[in-house]
Write a protein that binds this ligand. Sequence first.
Ligand SMILES: Nc1ncnc2c1ncn2[C@@H]1O[C@H](COP(=O)(O)OP(=O)(O)OP(=O)(O)O)[C@@H](O)[C@H]1O
Ligand SMILES: [Mg+2]
Length: 318
Amino acid sequence: MDFIIETKDLKKRYGKFEAVNSLSLHVPAGSIYGFVGPNGAGKTTTMRMLTTLTRPTSGEAWVAGHSVIQEPRAVRRAIGYMPDEFGVYDDMRVWEYLDFFAACYDIPENNRRKLIDDLLELVDLAHRRDDMVDKLSRGMKQRLSLARTLAHDPSVLILDEPASGLDPRARVEIRELLVELAKMGKTIFFSSHILADVSEICTHIGIIEGGKMVAQGSMDEMRAQLMPHREIIVTVRDQETAERVKTLVATLPGVLDVQFLEPKSGRSRVRIDFTGDDEGIAAINQALTGAQIAILGFTEETKDLEAMFMRVTKGIVT
Ligand SMILES: Nc1ncnc2c1ncn2[C@@H]1O[C@H](COP(=O)(O)OP(=O)(O)OP(=O)(O)O)[C@@H](O)[C@H]1O
Ligand SMILES: [Mg+2]
């Protein structure tokens, strides 16, 4: 696998305190990677090492094929970084703000006007082009900050809590924007202490607590690795069909238990306790269709995924 961000035994010590401890991160190219952990877990510290702002105490880290220790300039060129604080930019208009950062990245003056218009369009701020930055709402500032990270067309975005302090609607907007950027081919590595922000759009997740990685992998791997079992509810027309489902499914690989549930709206329901990955779930579905059983509903109860996150991250507030 091709990892665009990779760390090995990464450590950051402040005096005797280990803020980041033997962290091994694996972020595949093209992924939306959610870096989740409670306050003080070490997310910002890790990101500051990846962005070359803080030097690791020991260990190694590579971003886009470059070592953060040996080739910090190459790393900086490859990444767009959005810090957790917006900073203060009095007396600047929205377009001037982007113009300033584009200039910092040596983008020629002649190209900047079009670039700024394109970026504002992307983050839906074209109508605020000439407004003062400090008059923008928090959600707009976050989007402007995101636009700024894109000025030099980086392949990797490192975003520290991009949705923090936003209302539900603004959070959704940021999430949609991240998905759009991923479609443009960018790898997105972002932190959050809010699970719901992460699990909906992420392809990969890493959970950090007390400076250590508790678990990481693709969404599917995380489920398989950490969930003792998953529950699938199959809805069918009547009890006779439900019994056929039970007989058929009981012998499939990964199936732990099959129970009849109370009928709902006159329909019979079967609960399948299952351990395994998404392929296994697809196999159950296929077996039912293959046996010509008329399925009215086939859903996974996702409560367990939430419970899994709560368990491994203890302190996380969702
Ligand atoms: N410059 C510093 N000097 C001393 N300790 C620090 C420094 N920076 C961070 N720490 C400590 O390292 C730990 C990790 O902090 P960090 O900011 O990386 O956590 P975080 O996961 O980003 O938390 P949050 O969700 O609150 O942003 C905390 O205990 C913090 O107090
Ligand atoms: Mg932080």
